[in-house]
Design a protein around this ligand. Structure first.
Ligand code: SIN
Length: 489
């Protein structure tokens, strides 16, 4: 069966960058949003802390700029950081115009939270479920828009860029393969945290967007620049659920303690528990090694269960479900893979090395975060650079122009079983050897093992499962080779 169906823009991914870009594109454009699952499976949906913006009394874009640069160890692109911090307030106003309601004080000013390496309170929040709050509101706006088509069981298997103004995207649904054409494609596929066993990331976040980009010949850089969040809940029963204890809890007075109940950040950094994330994560790892423990403790007894419940209802309920009494007990936490600072290389309009293909959000590399992202700059990045992509495309694309050709074939995507054990073993291996500390000898050995696995997968018949495995291998190999070339953190 063949059908003719044109789009002006195809957006791959339904996290904040994808959805906001779609809403900011001019409404005369016909837009398809492709995603492998519902919005609740995106990392944006899980975001707890909030969105950094210099909207508080006495704050300024310059201070936000400086804190971002210091945190990124000066590896940031200063042009990208200027854009981020200068356009932050406008992005927040845009969200409010779309119906998002942030927490406010009694006098109507924003209730601002504090997170690591920010010199003052700067985090706009909706309780401790900011991502869910923002995403659910924006999704309502998406459903109201007649120019947006949503395909939420679409696993993209290939992007074919072209210079003649029509890009092609191939994807698999449950029962068929589809190929469609569009003038512009926006990759907004998020990060890669699930390549690790200990992670804060949602299910399914395996770095597919990076692999698609590499296969399409787009520039990709610094995939091994992975940020480890210091406080992912450590499940003492062994199984990791990837539940985050927001840095905002330390901002509200949570203290990190070792197995003897002693604070240790005082000796490490003047900002103590609110030092930059990479410093806190490394300090926790050192303490875990010294104490021979799998985790450290987060003590919130000084905050108390009442305030925890009022300000952090999601975290409070999760701890309750684990039998933790926040007035008395400590929370077990350890670092986990959280955010990819590298990605698909773009300019400040979000354009990749191929005209017609853009990237935004976590999957993009503008250089804005340097080697260590400042807390709560990620949702902001999705807004500012998603907005830039939308502006650039809206100016470039007239009306419906691409003679794209959506063809659907009844060919089943030939699903095979995922080898869960192999995937888990590899993820555990990543924790051990590609984590906060990198083990070059182990990595060198693993590169040749993975290259062999990749060759055998590429020889197999097409199936979505094999493509998924191939993508994860390609990304892991790129990360490992960067480490061996000494481009890592
Ligand atoms: C958190 O709430 O700790 C996460 C915020 C972020 O990663 O920016």
């Amino acid at each position: 069966m063949e059908k003719q169906l044109d789009y002006d823009v195809v957006i791959i991914g339904a996290g904040l960058a994808g959805v906001y870009t779609a809403l900011m594109l001019k409404p005369s454009l016909r837009i398809a949003i492709l995603s492998a699952g519902p919005i609740s499976k995106t990392n944006s949906y899980l975001a707890q802390g909030g969105i950094a913006a210099p909207v508080g009394v006495g704050d300024s874009p310059e201070w936000h700029f400086e804190d971002t640069m210091v945190c990124g160890h000066g590896y940031n692109s200063s042009r990208a950081v200027h854009k981020l911090t200068n356009e932050a307030t406008e992005a927040i106003l845009n969200l409010e115009a779309l119906g998002v309601v942030f927490d406010k004080n009694a006098d109507g000013s924003y209730f601002l939270g504090r997170e690591g390496a920010h010199r003052l309170e700067r985090i706009l929040r909706i309780g401790d479920y900011t991502g869910r709050g923002v995403m659910e509101t924006l999704w309502q706006r998406v459903l109201e828009r007649s120019n947006l088509s949503i395909m939420d069981d679409a696993y993209v298997t290939a992007i074919h860029p072209s210079y003649d103004g029509c890009q092609f995207v191939e994807f698999a649904t449950k029962d068929k393969m589809v190929r469609l054409g569009a003038q512009k494609v926006v990759i907004a596929t998020g990060g890669l945290g699930r390549l690790y066993a200990r992670t804060s990331n949602n299910e399914g976040i395996y770095g597919d967007g990076y692999a698609l980009a590499m296969k399409a010949g787009l520039g990709v850089a610094h995939l091994s620049w992975v940020q480890f969040h210091p406080t992912v809940f450590y499940n003492t029963q062994g199984m990791q659920e990837g539940f985050l204890i927001s840095e905002a809890v330390r901002g509200a007075g949570g203290l990190l303690k070792d197995s003897k109940g002693q604070r240790f950040m005082k000796d490490v950094h003047p900002m103590m528990e609110l030092a930059p994330r990479d410093i806190v994560s490394k300090a926790i790892l050192d303490v875990m090694k010294k104490c021979g423990s799998e985790h450290v403790w987060l003590d919130v007894t000084g905050i108390g269960s009442k305030q925890m419940h009022d300000h952090f209802p999601t975290i409070s309920a999760y701890c309750d479900s684990k039998g933790i009494n926040l007035d008395v007990d400590y929370i077990p936490v350890s670092p986990g893979a959280h955010y990819a600072m590298g990605g698909i290389v773009t300019d400040l309009n979000g354009m990749t090395s191929m005209p017609g293909i853009y990237a935004a959000g976590e999957c993009a590399y503008t250089g804005v975060h340097g080697k260590n992202r400042l807390a709560s700059n990620s949702l902001l990045e999705a807004l500012v650079f998603g907005g830039a992509v939308a502006r650039h495309i809206s100016e470039a694309v007239e009306a419906i122009g691409c003679d794209g050709n959506l063809s659907q074939t009844e060919m089943a995507p030939n699903e095979g079983a995922i080898d869960d054990l192999k995937a888990l073993n590899l993820a555990n291996w990543m924790d051990l050897h590609m984590g906060i500390v990198k083990d070059e000898a182990a990595i060198r050995g693993m590169v040749s093992v993975l290259e062999n696995s990749l060759a055998s997968i590429q020889n197999e018949a097409f199936s979505v499962t094999r493509r998924r495995e191939e993508n994860a291998l390609l990304v892991r190999l790129k990360m490992m080779k960067e480490v061996l070339a000494h481009d890592s953190i």
